[in-house]
Design a binder for this molecule. Structure first.
Ligand SMILES: [Zn+2]
Length: 316
């Protein structure tokens, strides 16, 4: 059903499917998820308040077993290395001062620190802030992003934009604190559409996260360009599993790597081979796809973007 009063956050279209689902447990009001037929954006309806989002991340913790934690941390490390190499291969300008929004335990920022950059991070979660200080010696702040000042050569947003109450405000603030020719890196999950790429049941499961928005390359580009940025690279990436175990197993490997879901014995061999191959540097952890149009695979599908502030702002 369509609702004339509600418009898509990115393209403004009223052509919405409401609700496509409902997200349970993460937010007090168990919000519905709307889908825009025009630009394929998913967004929560109504959105949690900024206060609720902040409170959620301040106290966020997941009870994982030691092997699950280890698997997740190793995966994060692979992802961070892959992101660092992606940015470096597409940008030759200086990266002396680096800001990461949503630093987590500091894995990505730790790589920049290791390569001589001066780094600063913003992280709401107190446990993650402690870990980044212990592991990498990186002090981070729990201040609201809009209050961060300074000037940076690069701002990193890895799997963070989809968690903002208002991504536009975050993009506008980023433009204010980037140096001339400074770079914004965004990575977000690439979400599937039904019925072309997955079943409704699979989508319902996929949407059970604390994301306020779920993007696809076109609507992410639209949002960033509306806020006055020039997109200089836009790609899709997913796990570079060096064999073809069948789509269902690939999806299960994806869940195990991303969420720490315990793998079944039959999947352990594939995950073990993937991890060992990465440890021995026999293959790269992520593969950049040849085309943005390759259907969603359910194996860590994500979107990577590099953008810089353009000459003319197209802000509303
Ligand atoms: Zn839209």
């Amino acid at each position: 059903m369509a609702n004339q009063k509600i418009q898509c956050y990115v393209c403004g279209s009223p052509n919405l499917m409401i609700p496509i689902s409902r997200v349970w447990r993460n937010w007090m009001h168990n919000p519905q998820v709307a889908f825009c037929h025009n630009c394929s954006l998913y967004f929560l309806l109504p959105k949690p308040t900024e206060w609720e989002i902040r409170d959620h991340y301040q106290h966020y913790s997941r009870s994982l077993s030691r092997p699950q934690k280890g698997l997740k941390q190793l995966f994060r490390k692979y992802r961070s290395i892959s992101q660092y190499e992606y940015i470096k291969s597409r940008n030759t300008s200086k990266q002396n001062s680096v800001l990461e929004v949503g630093t987590g335990e500091g894995t990505l920022l730790g790589i920049y620190l290791h390569h001589g950059s001066s780094v600063f991070g913003v992280e709401l979660n107190s446990h993650a802030r402690k870990r980044s200080l212990i592991k990498y010696g990186i002090p981070t702040s729990n201040q609201t992003y809009s209050t961060v000042d300074g000037s940076y050569d690069i701002v990193l947003m890895s799997h963070i934009l989809e968690h903002f109450h208002c991504p536009r405000e975050a993009l506008r603030h980023t433009a204010e604190i980037l140096n001339p020719d400074g770079l914004l890196f965004i990575e977000v999950p690439h979400s599937p559409i039904i019925p072309e790429e997955c079943s409704r049941e699979e989508l319902e499961k996929y949407l059970q996260t604390d994301h306020i928005y779920n993007f696809r390359p076109d609507n992410l580009r639209m949002l960033v360009e509306q806020e006055g940025y020039e997109v200089i690279a836009l790609d899709r990436a997913f796990y570079n599993i060096p064999f073809s175990p069948g789509q269902l197993t690939r999806k299960k490997i994806g869940q195990a790597l991303l969420q720490g879901t315990p793998p079944k014995p039959g999947e352990l061999l594939f995950i073990g081979t993937y991890m060992l191959g990465n440890l021995l540097r026999l293959h790269r952890p992520f593969r950049i796809l040849q085309s943005l149009d390759i259907p969603w695979q359910g194996q860590g599908d994500s979107i990577r973007m590099l953008a810089r502030v353009g000459n003319s702002s197209q802000c509303f």
